[in-house]
Design a protein around this ligand. Structure first.
Ligand code: ATP
Ligand code: MG
Ligand code: MG
Ligand code: MG
Length: 468
Protein backbone atom coordinates (compact mmCIF):
# COMPACT_ATOMS: atom_id res chain seq x y z
CA UNK A 1 0.00 0.00 0.00
CA UNK A 2 1.23 3.49 -0.87
CA UNK A 3 2.23 5.93 1.85
CA UNK A 4 -0.21 8.77 2.43
CA UNK A 5 0.96 12.36 1.95
CA UNK A 6 0.67 12.86 5.71
CA UNK A 7 2.86 9.82 6.40
CA UNK A 8 5.46 11.04 3.91
CA UNK A 9 5.66 14.40 5.70
CA UNK A 10 6.08 12.67 9.05
CA UNK A 11 8.76 10.29 7.77
CA UNK A 12 10.80 13.15 6.38
CA UNK A 13 10.66 15.13 9.63
CA UNK A 14 11.41 12.05 11.74
CA UNK A 15 14.38 11.04 9.59
CA UNK A 16 16.04 14.39 10.20
CA UNK A 17 14.90 14.56 13.84
CA UNK A 18 16.76 11.28 14.39
CA UNK A 19 19.84 13.00 12.96
CA UNK A 20 19.84 15.86 15.41
CA UNK A 21 17.45 18.27 13.70
CA UNK A 22 14.89 20.20 15.72
CA UNK A 23 11.41 19.90 14.18
CA UNK A 24 10.00 23.43 13.93
CA UNK A 25 6.45 24.38 12.92
CA UNK A 26 5.75 25.94 9.54
CA UNK A 27 6.05 29.71 9.68
CA UNK A 28 3.22 31.90 8.40
CA UNK A 29 2.65 32.49 4.69
CA UNK A 30 3.12 36.15 5.59
CA UNK A 31 6.90 36.45 5.72
CA UNK A 32 8.84 38.59 8.15
CA UNK A 33 11.16 39.21 5.25
CA UNK A 34 10.18 42.47 3.56
CA UNK A 35 11.61 41.61 0.13
CA UNK A 36 8.92 39.07 -0.80
CA UNK A 37 5.13 39.17 -0.59
CA UNK A 38 4.56 35.57 0.45
CA UNK A 39 6.66 32.71 1.84
CA UNK A 40 8.13 31.10 -1.28
CA UNK A 41 10.51 28.58 0.27
CA UNK A 42 11.39 26.78 3.48
CA UNK A 43 14.52 28.88 3.94
CA UNK A 44 12.73 32.20 4.18
CA UNK A 45 12.05 32.14 7.94
CA UNK A 46 15.78 31.40 8.43
CA UNK A 47 17.10 34.15 6.20
CA UNK A 48 18.27 36.37 9.10
CA UNK A 49 20.19 33.38 10.48
CA UNK A 50 21.94 32.75 7.17
CA UNK A 51 22.80 36.45 6.97
CA UNK A 52 24.28 36.35 10.47
CA UNK A 53 21.70 38.79 11.80
CA UNK A 54 20.14 36.32 14.20
CA UNK A 55 21.70 33.59 16.33
CA UNK A 56 19.94 30.27 15.86
CA UNK A 57 18.74 28.31 18.88
CA UNK A 58 19.54 25.10 17.03
CA UNK A 59 22.33 24.20 14.65
CA UNK A 60 20.02 21.88 12.71
CA UNK A 61 16.34 22.22 11.96
CA UNK A 62 13.72 20.47 9.86
CA UNK A 63 10.36 21.81 8.72
CA UNK A 64 7.44 21.33 6.42
CA UNK A 65 6.85 24.87 5.21
CA UNK A 66 3.65 26.17 3.57
CA UNK A 67 4.67 28.01 0.43
CA UNK A 68 2.92 30.05 -2.24
CA UNK A 69 4.55 30.85 -5.57
CA UNK A 70 2.46 33.11 -7.76
CA UNK A 71 5.11 32.96 -10.48
CA UNK A 72 3.86 29.42 -11.14
CA UNK A 73 0.22 30.46 -11.58
CA UNK A 74 0.25 29.90 -15.35
CA UNK A 75 1.65 26.41 -14.80
CA UNK A 76 -1.16 25.40 -12.48
CA UNK A 77 -3.09 22.49 -13.94
CA UNK A 78 -0.94 22.54 -17.08
CA UNK A 79 2.28 20.95 -15.82
CA UNK A 80 2.26 17.81 -13.72
CA UNK A 81 4.29 19.36 -10.95
CA UNK A 82 3.40 22.99 -10.21
CA UNK A 83 0.83 24.49 -7.86
CA UNK A 84 0.65 27.95 -6.34
CA UNK A 85 0.34 26.34 -2.88
CA UNK A 86 2.69 23.55 -1.89
CA UNK A 87 4.55 22.25 1.11
CA UNK A 88 8.32 22.29 1.09
CA UNK A 89 10.01 19.72 3.32
CA UNK A 90 13.42 20.93 4.38
CA UNK A 91 16.50 20.16 6.45
CA UNK A 92 18.75 23.02 7.47
CA UNK A 93 22.24 23.38 8.83
CA UNK A 94 23.31 26.68 10.29
CA UNK A 95 27.08 26.56 10.03
CA UNK A 96 27.06 22.92 11.04
CA UNK A 97 27.21 20.04 8.50
CA UNK A 98 27.80 20.88 4.86
CA UNK A 99 27.90 19.41 1.36
CA UNK A 100 29.04 15.84 1.99
CA UNK A 101 26.62 15.13 4.80
CA UNK A 102 23.70 16.88 3.08
CA UNK A 103 24.23 14.80 -0.05
CA UNK A 104 24.62 11.55 1.90
CA UNK A 105 21.39 12.11 3.87
CA UNK A 106 19.55 13.38 0.79
CA UNK A 107 20.40 10.13 -0.96
CA UNK A 108 19.63 7.96 2.07
CA UNK A 109 16.17 9.40 2.63
CA UNK A 110 15.33 9.17 -1.08
CA UNK A 111 16.49 5.60 -1.58
CA UNK A 112 16.04 4.00 1.83
CA UNK A 113 13.22 5.82 3.61
CA UNK A 114 11.20 6.41 0.43
CA UNK A 115 12.60 3.40 -1.37
CA UNK A 116 13.25 5.04 -4.73
CA UNK A 117 15.36 2.73 -6.91
CA UNK A 118 18.89 4.10 -7.29
CA UNK A 119 18.90 3.44 -11.01
CA UNK A 120 15.80 5.62 -11.33
CA UNK A 121 17.47 8.74 -9.97
CA UNK A 122 19.48 11.42 -11.77
CA UNK A 123 21.32 14.22 -10.00
CA UNK A 124 22.36 17.66 -11.16
CA UNK A 125 25.17 19.87 -9.91
CA UNK A 126 26.15 23.46 -10.63
CA UNK A 127 28.50 23.39 -13.63
CA UNK A 128 31.43 24.79 -11.64
CA UNK A 129 30.90 22.61 -8.58
CA UNK A 130 33.49 19.86 -9.05
CA UNK A 131 33.33 19.07 -5.35
CA UNK A 132 29.64 18.11 -5.43
CA UNK A 133 30.23 16.17 -8.65
CA UNK A 134 32.98 14.16 -6.99
CA UNK A 135 30.88 13.43 -3.89
CA UNK A 136 28.04 12.01 -6.00
CA UNK A 137 30.41 9.95 -8.11
CA UNK A 138 32.96 8.70 -5.58
CA UNK A 139 31.13 8.59 -2.27
CA UNK A 140 27.56 7.86 -3.33
CA UNK A 141 28.42 5.87 -6.42
CA UNK A 142 26.20 7.53 -9.00
CA UNK A 143 27.18 6.77 -12.61
CA UNK A 144 28.73 9.71 -14.45
CA UNK A 145 26.05 9.48 -17.13
CA UNK A 146 23.46 10.23 -14.44
CA UNK A 147 25.20 13.28 -12.95
CA UNK A 148 24.40 16.39 -14.97
CA UNK A 149 26.19 19.71 -14.79
CA UNK A 150 23.72 22.58 -15.16
CA UNK A 151 23.98 26.36 -15.44
CA UNK A 152 23.09 29.04 -12.92
CA UNK A 153 19.42 29.21 -13.95
CA UNK A 154 18.78 25.76 -12.54
CA UNK A 155 21.63 25.14 -10.13
CA UNK A 156 22.53 28.39 -8.43
CA UNK A 157 19.73 29.05 -5.96
CA UNK A 158 18.79 32.61 -5.02
CA UNK A 159 15.85 33.57 -2.83
CA UNK A 160 15.42 36.90 -4.59
CA UNK A 161 17.42 39.63 -6.30
CA UNK A 162 19.57 39.95 -3.18
CA UNK A 163 20.28 37.77 -0.16
CA UNK A 164 21.78 34.42 0.77
CA UNK A 165 22.43 32.09 -2.15
CA UNK A 166 24.68 29.33 -3.38
CA UNK A 167 25.22 26.50 -5.80
CA UNK A 168 22.77 23.64 -5.50
CA UNK A 169 22.43 20.01 -6.39
CA UNK A 170 19.10 18.47 -7.25
CA UNK A 171 17.66 14.98 -7.32
CA UNK A 172 15.33 14.01 -10.17
CA UNK A 173 13.19 10.92 -10.54
CA UNK A 174 13.21 9.10 -13.86
CA UNK A 175 9.83 7.67 -14.93
CA UNK A 176 11.39 5.91 -17.92
CA UNK A 177 14.75 4.39 -17.01
CA UNK A 178 14.28 1.96 -19.93
CA UNK A 179 15.18 4.86 -22.24
CA UNK A 180 18.77 4.54 -21.07
CA UNK A 181 21.54 6.90 -20.01
CA UNK A 182 22.25 8.51 -23.38
CA UNK A 183 20.46 11.76 -24.18
CA UNK A 184 19.31 12.46 -20.63
CA UNK A 185 17.43 15.75 -20.85
CA UNK A 186 16.25 16.92 -17.45
CA UNK A 187 13.97 19.50 -19.10
CA UNK A 188 11.87 16.65 -20.48
CA UNK A 189 9.05 16.55 -17.98
CA UNK A 190 7.41 13.50 -19.52
CA UNK A 191 10.44 11.57 -18.30
CA UNK A 192 11.91 13.45 -15.32
CA UNK A 193 10.67 15.31 -12.27
CA UNK A 194 12.83 17.42 -9.97
CA UNK A 195 11.84 16.67 -6.39
CA UNK A 196 14.69 17.55 -3.99
CA UNK A 197 16.97 20.58 -4.05
CA UNK A 198 20.07 20.72 -1.82
CA UNK A 199 21.39 24.27 -1.60
CA UNK A 200 24.90 24.94 -0.39
CA UNK A 201 24.15 28.34 1.05
CA UNK A 202 27.46 30.13 1.28
CA UNK A 203 27.21 33.58 -0.32
CA UNK A 204 25.29 36.80 0.03
CA UNK A 205 24.43 38.56 -3.19
CA UNK A 206 24.19 42.35 -3.20
CA UNK A 207 22.16 44.58 -5.47
CA UNK A 208 24.90 44.83 -8.07
CA UNK A 209 25.22 41.04 -8.20
CA UNK A 210 28.47 40.72 -6.23
CA UNK A 211 28.86 37.61 -4.10
CA UNK A 212 30.47 37.77 -0.70
CA UNK A 213 31.02 34.65 1.43
CA UNK A 214 28.67 34.31 4.40
CA UNK A 215 30.14 33.89 7.89
CA UNK A 216 29.05 30.26 7.84
CA UNK A 217 28.60 27.57 5.29
CA UNK A 218 24.98 26.49 5.57
CA UNK A 219 22.64 23.89 4.16
CA UNK A 220 19.16 24.71 2.94
CA UNK A 221 17.07 22.07 1.20
CA UNK A 222 13.63 21.73 -0.29
CA UNK A 223 11.68 18.62 -1.19
CA UNK A 224 8.23 19.27 -2.67
CA UNK A 225 5.80 17.18 -0.59
CA UNK A 226 3.27 16.89 -3.43
CA UNK A 227 6.01 15.83 -5.88
CA UNK A 228 7.45 13.05 -3.72
CA UNK A 229 3.86 11.98 -3.02
CA UNK A 230 3.08 11.89 -6.75
CA UNK A 231 6.08 9.63 -7.27
CA UNK A 232 5.33 7.30 -4.36
CA UNK A 233 1.58 7.09 -5.00
CA UNK A 234 2.28 6.44 -8.69
CA UNK A 235 -0.25 8.98 -9.94
CA UNK A 236 0.18 11.05 -13.14
CA UNK A 237 0.54 14.47 -11.45
CA UNK A 238 0.62 16.26 -8.10
CA UNK A 239 -3.12 16.96 -8.34
CA UNK A 240 -4.10 13.32 -8.18
CA UNK A 241 -2.31 12.69 -4.88
CA UNK A 242 -4.31 12.30 -1.70
CA UNK A 243 -3.11 15.77 -0.69
CA UNK A 244 -5.21 17.53 -3.37
CA UNK A 245 -7.52 15.13 -5.18
CA UNK A 246 -10.36 15.06 -2.59
CA UNK A 247 -10.84 18.82 -3.21
CA UNK A 248 -11.06 18.19 -6.94
CA UNK A 249 -13.55 15.39 -6.33
CA UNK A 250 -15.71 17.74 -4.27
CA UNK A 251 -15.73 20.37 -7.03
CA UNK A 252 -16.48 17.73 -9.67
CA UNK A 253 -19.37 16.45 -7.62
CA UNK A 254 -20.87 19.93 -7.33
CA UNK A 255 -20.50 20.35 -11.11
CA UNK A 256 -22.02 16.89 -11.55
CA UNK A 257 -19.10 15.70 -13.66
CA UNK A 258 -16.44 13.03 -13.36
CA UNK A 259 -12.78 14.09 -13.33
CA UNK A 260 -11.33 11.02 -15.01
CA UNK A 261 -13.67 11.08 -17.99
CA UNK A 262 -13.47 14.87 -18.45
CA UNK A 263 -11.78 16.60 -21.37
CA UNK A 264 -8.44 18.37 -20.91
CA UNK A 265 -9.84 21.89 -20.36
CA UNK A 266 -12.23 20.65 -17.71
CA UNK A 267 -9.40 18.84 -15.95
CA UNK A 268 -7.33 22.03 -15.97
CA UNK A 269 -10.23 23.95 -14.40
CA UNK A 270 -10.67 21.29 -11.73
CA UNK A 271 -6.95 21.39 -10.95
CA UNK A 272 -6.97 25.18 -10.75
CA UNK A 273 -9.82 24.94 -8.25
CA UNK A 274 -8.02 22.18 -6.31
CA UNK A 275 -4.87 24.25 -6.05
CA UNK A 276 -6.22 27.75 -5.53
CA UNK A 277 -8.63 26.64 -2.82
CA UNK A 278 -5.69 25.36 -0.80
CA UNK A 279 -3.90 28.67 -1.30
CA UNK A 280 -6.81 30.84 -0.23
CA UNK A 281 -7.71 28.67 2.78
CA UNK A 282 -4.15 28.91 4.14
CA UNK A 283 -3.81 32.60 3.28
CA UNK A 284 -6.95 33.52 5.21
CA UNK A 285 -5.89 31.17 8.04
CA UNK A 286 -2.72 33.27 8.18
CA UNK A 287 -4.74 36.48 8.54
CA UNK A 288 -4.59 37.77 4.97
CA UNK A 289 -7.77 39.51 3.84
CA UNK A 290 -8.95 40.16 0.30
CA UNK A 291 -8.21 43.69 -0.92
CA UNK A 292 -6.87 45.58 -3.90
CA UNK A 293 -3.23 45.75 -2.82
CA UNK A 294 -0.33 43.42 -2.12
CA UNK A 295 -1.10 40.04 -0.61
CA UNK A 296 -4.78 40.94 -0.34
CA UNK A 297 -4.89 41.38 -4.09
CA UNK A 298 -3.22 38.03 -4.68
CA UNK A 299 -5.89 36.48 -2.45
CA UNK A 300 -8.70 38.22 -4.35
CA UNK A 301 -7.34 37.15 -7.73
CA UNK A 302 -7.05 33.54 -6.59
CA UNK A 303 -10.61 33.51 -5.26
CA UNK A 304 -11.88 34.99 -8.51
CA UNK A 305 -10.04 32.39 -10.53
CA UNK A 306 -11.72 29.67 -8.47
CA UNK A 307 -15.14 31.19 -9.18
CA UNK A 308 -14.35 31.63 -12.89
CA UNK A 309 -13.17 28.09 -13.32
CA UNK A 310 -16.25 26.92 -11.44
CA UNK A 311 -18.39 28.68 -14.06
CA UNK A 312 -16.31 27.17 -16.86
CA UNK A 313 -17.16 23.66 -15.66
CA UNK A 314 -20.83 24.49 -15.33
CA UNK A 315 -21.24 25.49 -11.68
CA UNK A 316 -23.65 28.44 -11.60
CA UNK A 317 -24.29 29.05 -7.92
CA UNK A 318 -22.11 29.60 -4.88
CA UNK A 319 -19.78 26.71 -4.14
CA UNK A 320 -16.52 27.96 -2.72
CA UNK A 321 -17.21 27.29 0.97
CA UNK A 322 -17.99 23.65 0.16
CA UNK A 323 -14.66 23.11 -1.59
CA UNK A 324 -12.93 25.09 1.15
CA UNK A 325 -14.40 22.68 3.70
CA UNK A 326 -12.77 19.78 1.94
CA UNK A 327 -9.41 21.64 1.88
CA UNK A 328 -9.73 22.37 5.61
CA UNK A 329 -10.58 18.74 6.39
CA UNK A 330 -7.53 17.58 4.41
CA UNK A 331 -5.01 19.82 6.09
CA UNK A 332 -6.29 20.21 9.63
CA UNK A 333 -4.22 17.38 11.08
CA UNK A 334 -0.96 19.01 9.97
CA UNK A 335 -2.16 22.62 10.27
CA UNK A 336 -4.70 22.87 13.11
CA UNK A 337 -5.00 26.62 12.63
CA UNK A 338 -7.13 26.12 9.48
CA UNK A 339 -9.91 24.50 11.52
CA UNK A 340 -9.59 27.11 14.25
CA UNK A 341 -9.99 29.78 11.59
CA UNK A 342 -12.79 27.93 9.79
CA UNK A 343 -15.49 30.54 10.42
CA UNK A 344 -13.30 33.44 9.28
CA UNK A 345 -12.16 31.52 6.22
CA UNK A 346 -15.66 30.62 5.11
CA UNK A 347 -17.06 34.11 5.78
CA UNK A 348 -14.32 35.80 3.79
CA UNK A 349 -14.66 33.37 0.90
CA UNK A 350 -18.45 33.56 0.80
CA UNK A 351 -18.38 37.37 0.76
CA UNK A 352 -15.76 37.57 -1.97
CA UNK A 353 -17.57 34.98 -4.05
CA UNK A 354 -20.94 36.74 -3.76
CA UNK A 355 -19.42 40.09 -4.71
CA UNK A 356 -17.64 38.62 -7.64
CA UNK A 357 -20.75 36.82 -8.88
CA UNK A 358 -22.54 40.20 -8.84
CA UNK A 359 -19.66 41.74 -10.79
CA UNK A 360 -19.86 38.91 -13.29
CA UNK A 361 -23.60 39.56 -13.70
CA UNK A 362 -22.92 43.25 -14.34
CA UNK A 363 -20.24 42.23 -16.83
CA UNK A 364 -22.72 40.02 -18.64
CA UNK A 365 -25.10 42.98 -18.95
CA UNK A 366 -22.31 45.20 -20.26
CA UNK A 367 -21.30 42.55 -22.77
CA UNK A 368 -24.91 42.31 -23.90
CA UNK A 369 -24.89 46.08 -24.58
CA UNK A 370 -21.56 45.90 -26.41
CA UNK A 371 -22.90 43.11 -28.61
CA UNK A 372 -26.04 45.08 -29.50
CA UNK A 373 -23.92 48.08 -30.42
CA UNK A 374 -21.49 46.09 -32.58
CA UNK A 375 -24.44 44.55 -34.40
CA UNK A 376 -26.19 47.88 -34.87
CA UNK A 377 -23.03 49.26 -36.49
CA UNK A 378 -23.04 46.30 -38.83
CA UNK A 379 -19.70 45.03 -37.48
CA UNK A 380 -18.77 41.52 -36.45
CA UNK A 381 -15.83 42.09 -34.11
CA UNK A 382 -15.78 43.03 -30.43
CA UNK A 383 -12.81 45.34 -29.85
CA UNK A 384 -9.77 44.25 -27.82
CA UNK A 385 -10.35 47.25 -25.62
CA UNK A 386 -13.90 46.14 -24.67
CA UNK A 387 -12.76 42.58 -24.08
CA UNK A 388 -9.99 43.88 -21.83
CA UNK A 389 -12.36 46.05 -19.79
CA UNK A 390 -14.56 43.01 -19.30
CA UNK A 391 -11.51 41.03 -18.19
CA UNK A 392 -9.92 43.63 -15.98
CA UNK A 393 -12.95 45.24 -14.34
CA UNK A 394 -15.49 42.42 -14.46
CA UNK A 395 -13.22 39.40 -14.25
CA UNK A 396 -14.32 38.02 -17.62
CA UNK A 397 -11.70 35.69 -19.03
CA UNK A 398 -11.19 36.14 -22.76
CA UNK A 399 -12.62 32.66 -23.43
CA UNK A 400 -15.88 33.58 -21.74
CA UNK A 401 -16.25 36.74 -23.83
CA UNK A 402 -15.42 34.74 -26.94
CA UNK A 403 -17.93 32.07 -26.09
CA UNK A 404 -20.76 34.54 -25.62
CA UNK A 405 -19.67 36.47 -28.73
CA UNK A 406 -19.81 33.25 -30.74
CA UNK A 407 -23.40 32.64 -29.72
CA UNK A 408 -24.09 35.94 -31.49
CA UNK A 409 -21.92 35.05 -34.49
CA UNK A 410 -19.34 37.64 -33.50
CA UNK A 411 -15.59 37.33 -32.87
CA UNK A 412 -13.24 39.11 -30.48
CA UNK A 413 -10.13 41.05 -31.50
CA UNK A 414 -7.70 38.79 -29.68
CA UNK A 415 -4.55 40.65 -30.78
CA UNK A 416 -6.06 43.90 -29.48
CA UNK A 417 -6.90 42.18 -26.20
CA UNK A 418 -3.36 40.85 -25.86
CA UNK A 419 -1.91 44.30 -26.59
CA UNK A 420 -4.00 45.78 -23.73
CA UNK A 421 -2.87 42.95 -21.48
CA UNK A 422 0.76 43.62 -22.34
CA UNK A 423 0.33 47.31 -21.48
CA UNK A 424 -1.02 46.31 -18.08
CA UNK A 425 1.89 43.97 -17.45
CA UNK A 426 4.24 46.84 -18.17
CA UNK A 427 2.33 49.17 -15.85
CA UNK A 428 2.57 46.55 -13.10
CA UNK A 429 6.31 46.17 -13.71
CA UNK A 430 6.85 49.91 -13.50
CA UNK A 431 4.98 50.00 -10.19
CA UNK A 432 6.98 47.04 -8.89
CA UNK A 433 10.34 48.64 -9.63
CA UNK A 434 9.64 51.48 -7.25
CA UNK A 435 9.96 49.07 -4.32
CA UNK A 436 13.46 49.34 -2.86
CA UNK A 437 15.03 45.94 -3.34
CA UNK A 438 18.61 46.93 -2.70
CA UNK A 439 20.44 45.25 0.12
CA UNK A 440 20.49 48.45 2.11
CA UNK A 441 16.79 49.02 1.48
CA UNK A 442 15.83 45.59 2.68
CA UNK A 443 18.25 45.58 5.59
CA UNK A 444 16.87 48.90 6.80
CA UNK A 445 13.37 47.53 6.66
CA UNK A 446 14.46 44.35 8.36
CA UNK A 447 16.15 46.26 11.14
CA UNK A 448 13.07 48.43 11.63
CA UNK A 449 10.95 45.33 11.73
CA UNK A 450 13.10 43.50 14.24
CA UNK A 451 13.11 46.58 16.46
CA UNK A 452 9.37 46.95 16.21
CA UNK A 453 8.69 43.33 17.19
CA UNK A 454 11.41 42.99 19.84
CA UNK A 455 13.25 39.92 18.89
CA UNK A 456 12.26 36.97 21.08
CA UNK A 457 14.13 34.04 19.59
CA UNK A 458 13.26 31.82 16.72
CA UNK A 459 10.99 29.24 18.30
CA UNK A 460 8.80 31.79 19.98
CA UNK A 461 8.72 33.90 16.84
CA UNK A 462 7.60 30.87 14.86
CA UNK A 463 5.03 29.99 17.47
CA UNK A 464 3.58 33.52 17.51
CA UNK A 465 3.52 33.51 13.75
CA UNK A 466 1.23 30.49 13.93
CA UNK A 467 -1.22 31.94 16.42
CA UNK A 468 -4.15 33.79 14.88
P1 ATP B 1 10.83 23.67 -11.02
O1 ATP B 1 12.13 23.77 -11.77
O2 ATP B 1 10.16 22.34 -11.17
O3 ATP B 1 9.93 24.83 -11.28
P2 ATP B 1 12.18 24.90 -8.84
O4 ATP B 1 13.59 24.61 -9.26
O5 ATP B 1 11.61 26.23 -9.19
O6 ATP B 1 11.19 23.74 -9.45
P3 ATP B 1 13.05 25.02 -6.10
O7 ATP B 1 13.10 26.50 -5.99
O8 ATP B 1 14.34 24.29 -6.30
O9 ATP B 1 11.99 24.63 -7.28
O10 ATP B 1 12.23 24.46 -4.85
C1 ATP B 1 12.56 23.26 -4.15
C2 ATP B 1 11.52 22.18 -4.37
O11 ATP B 1 10.19 22.64 -4.10
C3 ATP B 1 11.44 21.67 -5.82
O12 ATP B 1 12.45 20.73 -6.08
C4 ATP B 1 10.05 21.05 -5.84
O13 ATP B 1 10.07 19.77 -5.28
C5 ATP B 1 9.25 21.99 -4.94
N1 ATP B 1 8.51 23.01 -5.74
C6 ATP B 1 8.99 24.16 -6.25
N2 ATP B 1 8.03 24.86 -6.88
C7 ATP B 1 6.90 24.14 -6.76
C8 ATP B 1 5.55 24.35 -7.18
N3 ATP B 1 5.17 25.43 -7.84
N4 ATP B 1 4.63 23.39 -6.89
C9 ATP B 1 4.98 22.27 -6.23
N5 ATP B 1 6.23 22.03 -5.78
C10 ATP B 1 7.18 22.94 -6.04
MG1 MG C 1 10.17 26.77 -10.56
MG1 MG D 1 14.16 23.67 -11.17
MG1 MG E 1 15.07 23.65 -8.16
Amino acid sequence: QHLSGNEIRTRFLNFYAQRGHQILPSASLVPEDPTVLLTIAGMLPFKPIFLGQRTPEFKRATTSQKCIRTNDIENVGRTKRHQTFFEMLGNFSFGDYFKEQAIAWGWEISTEVFGLPKEQLVVSVFEEDDEAYAIWRDQIGVKEARIKRMGADDNFWVSGPTGPCGPCSEIYYDFHPELGDDNIDLEDDTRFIEFYNLVFMQYNRDASGNLTPLQNKNIDTGMGLERITQILQKVPNNYETDLIFPIIATAAKIAEIDYHSSDENTKVSLKVIGDHVRSVVHMIADEIRASNVGRGYVLRRLIRRVVRHGRLIGITGEFITQVAESAIALSESAYPNVRRREAAIKAELAREEANFLKTLDRGEKLLEEIIQQVKKQGHSIISGDSAFTLYDTYGFPLELTQEIAEEHHLTVDEAGFNAEMQKQVERAKAAHETIDLTVQGSLDKLAEHIHATEFIGYTQAAATAKVE
